[in-house]
Design a protein around this ligand. Structure first.
Ligand SMILES: Cc1ncc(COP(=O)(O)O)c(C=O)c1O
Length: 373
């Protein structure tokens, strides 16, 4: 089966890299860096973009710039990559783990509401796999309860909710450009926001406490160096140009795969609500009901992988199951859906959706054969 490799690059990356390499500035002060920040922010429907070294520190920047710190609680989903929680711990606040919805894999607004305490300062919605969390309910809830809403959009470049792009609905959004993401420079991150003051605070923190337009040796606030290089911005500029066509390709193939597998008992793909007009399809997630499918998730994962389709058997534990959080440092709400997904969910990486129609039909046929085998 011809599953395309990832990441991909072409002449455009080389052309832009050459421009940087032939300039005297390879670091964060080449004009391509602010140009990329503006282009990416505008793509995500935001006024401001602050680039940084990865998606983990982008969350730290967002929390820090939003004034979250020691004594505060931040509600996060129990299912995410660890950064969603460690960024909270890193700024000195306490992550509160809550459950996800059964088939969207996104934070459950009812569980958020139930977990709010007098210490709650913020909520982080992770747009898991690409489709946005229920931003209507989360926005209303956070507004009613005076909470900050941050979007961890590491999976959701280009994804939309009611026509608005990820990262533009909360106070700030955070993105990752790590190697597996739908646009990448190997590593990299970005904070997006429509709040000019928050952007300025985040930029100062990422750039040694400097103020835009002021002296190199003038440091006004405590900061550090989280700047990306011009080489990363060059690669990311080219990757962004290609992204809309790649999203459209993945959406077409995902629709075909879902159609071809409709009626396969015991296999349910991620539920994408109608508000999600565009889905990045960073991951194609699903759940296996062993009694109906005829094999367990682990057997499914082994069999699918053997056919040549890359597949991951979900996370080995909810975030609170990591040794890091076994001895405290967090609050854990009941998470029965998260616990169930550990045993029955899986995902395909986005390159599975980047082949041609024939390859997509072959993948569907291979999965259908598993059930009859
Ligand atoms: C949901 C989520 N948030 C944050 C991150 C962190 O991004 P990075 O690896 O760029 O630090 C990731 C990375 O995989 C992620 O999946």
């Amino acid at each position: 089966m011809k599953i395309p490799e990832w990441p991909v690059s072409a002449g455009r990356e080389l052309e832009l890299l050459r421009e940087v390499l032939e300039s005297p500035q390879w670091g964060g002060f080449h004009e391509i860096v602010p140009q990329f920040e503006s282009a990416f922010a505008a793509f995500q429907h935001c006024a401001h973009g602050v680039s940084c070294v990865n998606g983990t520190v982008a969350i730290e920047l967002a929390l820090d710039a939003a004034g979250v710190g020691p004594g505060d609680e931040v509600i996060v989903p129990a299912i995410s990559f660890v950064s969603t929680a460690t960024a909270v711990s890193w700024v000195g606040a306490t992550p509160v783990f809550v459950d996800i919805e059964p088939y969207s894999f996104n934070i459950d607004p009812d569980c958020v509401a139930a977990a709010i305490s007098p210490k709650t300062k913020a909520v982080i919605a992770v747009h898991f796999g690409g489709p946005l969390a229920d931003m209507d309910r989360l926005t209303r809830l956070c507004a009613d309860r005076g909470l900050i809403l941050i979007e961890d959009a590491a999976h959701a470049h280009g994804s939309e909710w009611n026509g608005r792009r990820a990262g533009s609905l909360g106070l700030a959004g955070t993105f990752s450009f790590q190697n597996s993401k739908v646009m990448t420079a190997g590593e990299g991150g970005m904070l997006t926001t429509n709040d000019a003051a928050l952007a300025e605070r985040a930029r100062a923190y990422a750039n040694q406490g400097r103020r835009t337009g002021e002296g190199w040796f003038s440091h006004y606030t405590l900061g550090t160096n989280y700047r990306i290089t011009a080489l990363q911005a060059a690669v990311l500029t080219a990757q962004l140009e290609r992204l809309p066509a790649q999203i459209a390709l993945r959406a077409r193939n995902a629709e075909l795969l879902r159609r071809e597998l409709e009626g396969v008992k015991g296999l349910a793909f991620q539920n994408v609500p109608p508000q999600v007009g565009v889905n990045s399809y960073y991951l194609l997630l699903g759940r296996i009901e062993a009694a109906k499918f005829g094999m367990t998730r682990d057997e499914f994962h082994r069999a699918v992988t053997t056919t040549g389709v890359p597949c991951t058997p979900f996370y080995p534990h909810p975030l609170y199951g990591n040794p890091l959080y076994q001895n405290g440092g967090c609050r854990v709400e009941p998470c029965p859906v998260s616990e169930a997904c550990i045993g029955d969910a899986f995902w395909f990486p986005h390159r599975v959706l980047m082949g041609d129609e024939g390859t997509t039909r072959e993948i569907a046929a291979a999965i259908r054969r598993l059930q009859s085998s």
